[in-house]
Design a protein around this ligand. Sequence first.
Ligand code: ZN
Length: 275
Amino acid sequence: MGQSVTEESNEGVDGTVHKASDMQEFIFEVPLYQKTTLKNPQDFSRTLRNEANPFDAFCPHCNNESIFERSGPHYGGTHGNGRYDLNYKCRRNSDHSVLAFVLKSNDTFTKIGQFPSLADIAQKDAAPLVKQLSKTDRHEFSKAIGLAAHGVGIGSFVYLRRVFERLLDRRFELHKDQVDAEQYRRSKVVDKIDMLQDYLPKFLVEHKTIYGILSVGVHELSEEACRSAFPLMKESIEIILEEDLRLRKEEERRKALSTAINKLNADISASRTRK
Ligand SMILES: [Zn+2]
């Protein structure tokens, strides 16, 4: 107790230092205990001075995007090193708060507590998409988000990659008559994407590299590199899943309409023959 804030006690989970673009990223995306520098350290001082430094972020109380700004006095610190208790309020409703407890040591910042948790915020943000997914996808996509929010980078990549692979397999099962199934099964993922390209979400076909990045992440990248890349990878998978859902709904609609038109046509032909 009473320990001063030293470089050592401010170490990140694996000793690495994360670089956050701004306070929005620091408060809403960087996990706890991750030693972080801000690209613009003035951001923190401006936050403490309560200057209008608002940013957009997902409000877990509104369940919607909102504007946040720091509110009220900060406790426990001066503008120097020490502990700061920050309260960010949603502009839609001043009862909506996101609290963050931060240790400052020279140019590095470490969140040592947060409420609601980053995992809760991220899960709520992804909820509208997640509830439309299959049970396995729902479970594994949520797991990726939860792991990333707890600072687990490589593990979160594993689950995103599994969601990606399952989407590809689903598309293959639906369209295996349109491709050489034997060749497909023997092919590398990037070639599988080429073979199925007419039936896949456009974003996936245009960014085949996503699968490569996820794989390199699983096998070669550091925890920190995966953590930093996670928001970009998550958003890419979200776009792909959303496009896939739209595609599936459209295919189902076309199929249903096609069946209905054929039936109507057959009924009309039958009644004309009877006349
Ligand atoms: Zn709100």
